[in-house]
Write a protein that binds this ligand. Structure first.
Ligand code: GYE
Length: 326
C-alpha cells in the first residue's frame, strides 16, 4: 500500500513537471528571461533592528529612500532592538510571500530556525550591516562592514594618542552583536601592551547608556582614566557629557576614539572633545536593492560584499562636515 502511494506521488510529480515545462499555448521563453524581475516588481521585507543610534537612523533612511527612488515595494519593520520582534517580522514577510527579505541581525546567534523557514519558502535572505552566525546555505549574501578591521584601526589610533601608555575604559556595543564582538577583538589585536584596558562594559550602542556607564567608570576610577574606546559615536557622545559633568576635559584629559563617523562625531571633533572616529558606512540602500534583485533573479552572490570606509580626525572635520551625508 505504502509502495503504491509513493509510486502515485512520483507519477503525479512527473506529470506536473512535464506539464509545467512543455504545456501551454505560448511558445516557451528561455527560463532566465521568464523569471527575470525588474526593480519595480520587487516586494521586499526588511526587518530593521531599531533606532538606537545616529548610524541606524541614516541606515534606515537609506533603505527607505532608495526603495522610493527605485519604486520597490518595501515592507519595513523596526524591532526596537529585540530579537523576538525581528523573528516575528521575518515570519510575517514569509507569510506575505515577499520576493526577498533583508535584515540586520541584532545579535549573532539564534537565527537558524527562522532562516530555514525562509529557505523552505524559497525566499532569499540578505543580511545587511550585521552578520548572523548561520550556515552559508541559509543566506544569499552579507552586505556590510569589516568590524574587526574597524576595531584594529581604533586600536592603532589609541596607540598614537597614548604613545606613552595609559589606562583606558571601553564602551562595548550591544552584547552578542557582530559589531560589538568584532570591534572588541579587533582592537585587542592592535592596541599596545602599555595601554591597559581597566574596564569594559556595554552601553548598548545608545547615548543614554553610554553616559550612564561612563558615569559609573568615572565614579570608580576617576582621574586614573586616560582614554576611552567607544564602539560607536553615540556612546562616545553620551560619555563626553559624563566626563564634562565630572569636571574633566573630554578629548584632552581623556583621549577618545570611537566608530561610525556620524555628523555628531564631526561636531564633537570640531569642539575638540573627540579625537578620532573610524568610519562605518550606513548608506547601504543602493547596494542592498541591487543585490536583492540579483538574488531574486537566481544569481548566486558572494558570501560577503564589504563596504568601503575611512578614518577621520579633528584637523579637517569642519571642512568635511558639510559633505557628510549622515
Ligand atoms: O556602529 C552602531 C549601530 O551595526 C554597524 O549599530 C552597526 C552599528 C553601528 O547602532 O552605531
Amino acid at each position: 500500500m505504502k509502495k503504491f502511494s509513493l509510486l502515485m506521488i512520483a507519477l503525479l510529480m512527473f506529470v506536473f513537471v512535464v506539464g509545467c515545462s512543455s504545456g501551454g499555448a505560448e511558445p516557451a521563453a528561455p527560463a532566465a528571461d521568464a523569471a527575470a524581475k525588474n526593480m519595480e516588481d520587487l516586494v521586499v521585507g526588511y526587518a530593521q533592528i531599531g533606532a538606537e543610534s545616529e548610524w541606524r537612523t541614516a541606515n534606515t533612511a537609506s533603505i527607505q529612500e532608495t526603495a522610493k527612488t527605485l519604486n520597490v515595494d518595501l515592507r519595513f519593520s523596526d524591532a526596537q532592538q529585540k530579537q523576538e520582534n525581528q523573528i516575528a517580522a521575518i515570519r510575517s514577510y514569509i507569510a506575505e510571500g515577499v520576493d526577498v527579505i533583508g535584515f540586520s541581525p541584532v545579535v549573532e546567534t539564534g537565527w537558524e530556525t527562522v532562516l530555514q523557514e525562509a529557505k523552505d519558502a524559497g525566499i532569499p535572505v540578505i543580511m545587511v550591516d550585521r552578520r548572523a552566525d548561520v550556515p552559508r546555505e541559509l543566506y544569499a549574501t552579507y552586505l556590510g562592514s569589516d568590524f574587526v578591521e574597524e576595531g584594529r584601526k581604533a586600536g592603532n589610533e589609541m596607540n598614537t594618542l597614548l604613545s606613552d601608555g595609559g589606562k583606558i575604559v571601553e564602551l562595548v556595543g550591544t552584547v552578542g552583536s557582530a559589531p560589538a564582538n568584532d570591534r572588541y577583538s579587533g582592537f585587542r589585536e592592535t592596541v599596545n601592551s602599555n595601554i591597559e584596558i581597566i574596564d569594559s562594559q556595554s552601553g548598548d550602542f545608545t547615548r543614554a547608556k553610554g553616559k550612564e556607564v561612563m558615569e559609573a567608570f568615572l565614579k570608580k576610577y576617576g582621574n586614573e582614566i586616560t582614554g576611552l574606546y567607544a564602539h560607536n559615536d553615540d556612546m562616545a557622545i553620551g560619555a563626553i557629557q559624563a566626563i564634562e559633568e565630572f569636571g574633566l576635559k573630554p578629548g584632552v584629559d581623556i583621549k577618545i576614539v570611537s566608530i561610525d563617523a556620524v555628523r555628531g562625531a564631526f561636531e564633537a571633533m570640531i569642539a575638540g572633545k573627540l579625537n578620532v572616529t573610524v568610519e562605518c558606512n550606513p548608506l547601504l540602500g543602493p547596494q542592498f536593492y541591487e543585490l536583492a534583485l540579483r538574488a531574486v533573479n537566481g544569481e548566486s552572490l558572494p558570501e560577503w560584499v564589504p563596504s568601503e570606509e575611512s578614518v577621520y580626525y579633528p584637523d579637517n572635520a569642519a571642512e568635511l562636515l558639510p559633505q557628510r551625508q549622515y
